[in-house]
Design a protein around this ligand. Structure first.
Ligand code: CA
Length: 231
């Protein structure tokens, strides 16, 4: 089916086996690593299409692995999904300024995991382009995976980051919720349209303190628009 290669980084063999089994059934090729050092060796060996890394690993955390890979120009574009077990880990992942392309909280069904992987693969990693996008003093450093206003960093969850990235690269146009789902979430069937509103609200909240929430505009009956021009 997809033929894409997924690298699973997980030290607990029963979980790794279970995830690998599910992904093979979903048509993926699977490569396994038991820790970050092994993961980096596998990536250097043969680059996978996506990395699925557990948060809890014996050497370095999955989060730190994500940071390392996103810092390295060679692996910056490699999409990463983090597996988290506890609410506090999820909080940290969602609070990340840069890093994982998505995260999945345990327990998850093999179908849901495959759907999330496909969604990330379809839209590609948000990292990559060597550029800084700017709108009214709000700067997105795409290569550094950072959003700044002056010297101040704006903390965004992975979804809010992607949403803002999409808006900043497609300004002054109205997008419906379903168009945003398609473009930002990769048409993930597990996401409902009202999820868009939830993330719009979080994005606005994150931008509120510097007044940039005004750039995320509601267009009644149509959807949302990102614009530096008044609403
Ligand atoms: Ca683990």
């Amino acid at each position: 089916m997809s033929g894409k290669t997924i690298l699973i980084v997980e030290d607990e063999k029963p979980i790794r086996d279970m995830v690998a089994f599910g992904l093979r059934r979903a048509g993926f090729e699977v490569v396994e690593a038991e820790d970050c050092a092994a993961a980096r060796a596998r990536i250097a060996d043969r680059r996978p299409d996506l990395v699925l890394a557990d948060w809890m690993l014996p050497d370095t955390s999955g989060l730190e692995l994500t940071r390392q890979l996103k810092r390295d120009p060679e692996t910056r574009d490699l999409p990463i999904i983090l597996l988290t077990a506890r609410a506090e880990e999820t909080d940290k992942v969602t609070g990340l300024e840069g890093g994982a392309d998505d995260y999945v909280t345990k327990p998850f069904s093999p179908r849901e995991l495959a759907a999330r992987i496909n969604a990330v693969l379809r839209r590609g990693s948000v990292g990559g382009a060597e550029e800084v996008i700017e709108a009214d003093g709000l700067r997105m450093d795409v290569a550094g995976h950072r959003v700044m206003v002056g010297e101040r960093g704006i903390a965004l969850g992975p979804t809010e980051y992607r949403l803002l990235n999409f808006f900043m690269t497609h300004p002054d146009r109205v997008y419906s919720r379903s168009q945003l789902l398609d473009r930002v979430w990769g048409g993930n069937v597990y996401v409902e349209e009202r999820t868009v509103d939830v993330h719009i609200r979080r994005l606005r909240k994150a931008l509120e303190e510097t007044g940039h929430d005004r750039l995320v505009q509601t267009v009644r009956g149509a959807g949302y628009r990102f614009s530096t021009k008044p609403d």
